[in-house]
Design a protein around this ligand. Structure first.
Ligand code: HMG
Ligand code: MG
Length: 290
C-alpha cells in the first residue's frame, strides 16, 4: 500500500457552476447528499459570488440549509469578497475557499480586478475567519497556462501561493484551469511553489480538457502531493476561462489512485451512483428527458 491520498470533491460547485440551464436546489442537495455517503472528508458545495456573474450558484444558502450534515464531512464554499464571506458564514459552512489567479488576464476576467487587489480583499476575510476558527483554503488558478496571458512563469505562481499561505490559508490548491498542463510544466511549477509552501499543504486541481489530467496527477504524486480536487461525473469547467471544460472525474481519479496502490477511503459503488446522478443534471442530459 502506497498510503492515503485524499480526493477533495468539487463537483457541486466547480462542476455545476458552468451548467447553462438552472438546476434546482433540490437536485443540488440530492447530489451533495449522495456524495456525503461516499467517504469524502471535504466537499465544496456552493459559492457565494455575485449572482450576476454566476447565476447557477445563486442558491448556495438554500443548498447548505437543505443538505444532510453527517459527522466527518466538511462542507465548503467559495467566497470572492467580504460580502461572500458574510453569506457563507450565515449559511454555516464548515470552511471557505478564497481564489486568486496566477495571471492578470484571468484575474480580470474572473473577478474583475488585479491579482494584488484580490489579495488585499482576502486579508480581512482571513483575519475574521481566524477569529472564529473557520478554515480557509486558497486556490490559485491558471498555474501553468492562461487563456489570456499564455504560459505562466512558475515563479509567478509561487509568489501568489506564498502570499495566500502566508495570510493563513491552510492548503493551496493549484489549478490547471485550462487543462493545458503537461507533466513537465506541472513539475516545474510545483518545484517552484514547494520553495515557499510545504508540499503537505498543496493540492492539485487538474482539468482533463487535453486528456492529460491523470498524467499530471502522476507528476504531482511523484513530487509528494497527496490531495487532488476532482468533480463527480467530470462535470464542469470555469465560466470565465474560454475552453476550460472538463474537470477530471472523481471516479476516474479514485480508480487510478487505487490501481497505483493508494487508499482513498472512497466507496467506488457509491461514486458510480453519484456520477450517474451528476451526469443526469447536465443540461444536455436533462433536455434528452424532455
Ligand atoms: P464586480 O462586478 O466587480 O463587483 O464583481 P461589485 O463589487 O461591483 O458588485 C457588483 C454586484 O454584485 C453588486 O450588486 C454587488 O452587491 C454584488 P448590485 O449593486 O449591482 O445589485 N456582489 C455580490 N452578490 C453576492 N455575493 C457576493 C457579491 N459580491 C458582489 N459575494 C466579483 C466582482 C468578485 C463579485 C465578481 O467578479 C464575481 O462574483 N466573480 C466570481 C466568478 C466566479 O465565481 N468564477 C468561478 C469560480 S473560480 C474557478 O472556477 C476556478 C477554480 O475552480 C480553480 C480552477 O479551476 O483553476 C477555483
Ligand atoms: Mg476547476
Amino acid at each position: 500500500m502506497q498510503g492515503h491520498v485524499e480526493i477533495f470533491e468539487v463537483g457541486p460547485r466547480d462542476g455545476l457552476q458552468n451548467e447553462p440551464e438552472p438546476i434546482s436546489s433540490r437536485d443540488k442537495i440530492a447530489l451533495v447528499d449522495s456524495l456525503s455517503k461516499a467517504g469524502f472528508a471535504r466537499i465544496e458545495v456552493a459559492s457565494f459570488v455575485s449572482p450576476k456573474w454566476v447565476p447557477q450558484m445563486a442558491d448556495g444558502a438554500e443548498v447548505l440549509a437543505g443538505i444532510a450534515r453527517p459527522d466527518g464531512v466538511r462542507f465548503a464554499a467559495l467566497v470572492p469578497n467580504m460580502q461572500g464571506y458574510t453569506g457563507a458564514c450565515a449559511a454555516q459552512v464548515d470552511e471557505i475557499a478564497v481564489f486568486a489567479s496566477a495571471s492578470e488576464g484571468f484575474s480580470r476576467a474572473n473577478v474583475n480586478t488585479s491579482i494584488e487587489e484580490t489579495l488585499v480583499r482576502f486579508r480581512p476575510i482571513l483575519e475574521q475567519a481566524r477569529g472564529i476558527d473557520l478554515p480557509v483554503r486558497g486556490y490559485v488558478s491558471c498555474v501553468t497556462d492562461c487563456p489570456f496571458d499564455g504560459a505562466m512563469p512558475p515563479e509567478q505562481v509561487a509568489r501568489v501561493a506564498d502570499q495566500l499561505f502566508a495570510m493563513g490559508c491552510y492548503e493551496i490548491s493549484l489549478g490547471d484551469t485550462l487543462g493545458k498542463a503537461t507533466p513537465d510544466s506541472v513539475s516545474r511549477m510545483l518545484l517552484a511553489v514547494q520553495d515557499h509552501v510545504p508540499v503537505t499543504r498543496l493540492a492539485g486541481h487538474f482539468h482533463d480538457t487535453a486528456g492529460r489530467a491523470l498524467n499530471n496527477i502522476d507528476a504531482a504524486l511523484s513530487l509528494g502531493v497527496r490531495v487532488f480536487d476532482a468533480s463527480i461525473g467530470g462535470l464542469g469547467g470555469c465560466p470565465y476561462a474560454p475552453g476550460a471544460t472538463g474537470n477530471i472525474a472523481t471516479e476516474r481519479v479514485d480508480a487510478h489512485l487505487k490501481r497505483l496502490g493508494f487508499e482513498t477511503g472512497l466507496d467506488a459503488d457509491l461514486l458510480t451512483q453519484a456520477a450517474a446522478l451528476a451526469k443526469s443534471l447536465r443540461s444536455g442530459a436533462r433536455d434528452d428527458h424532455v
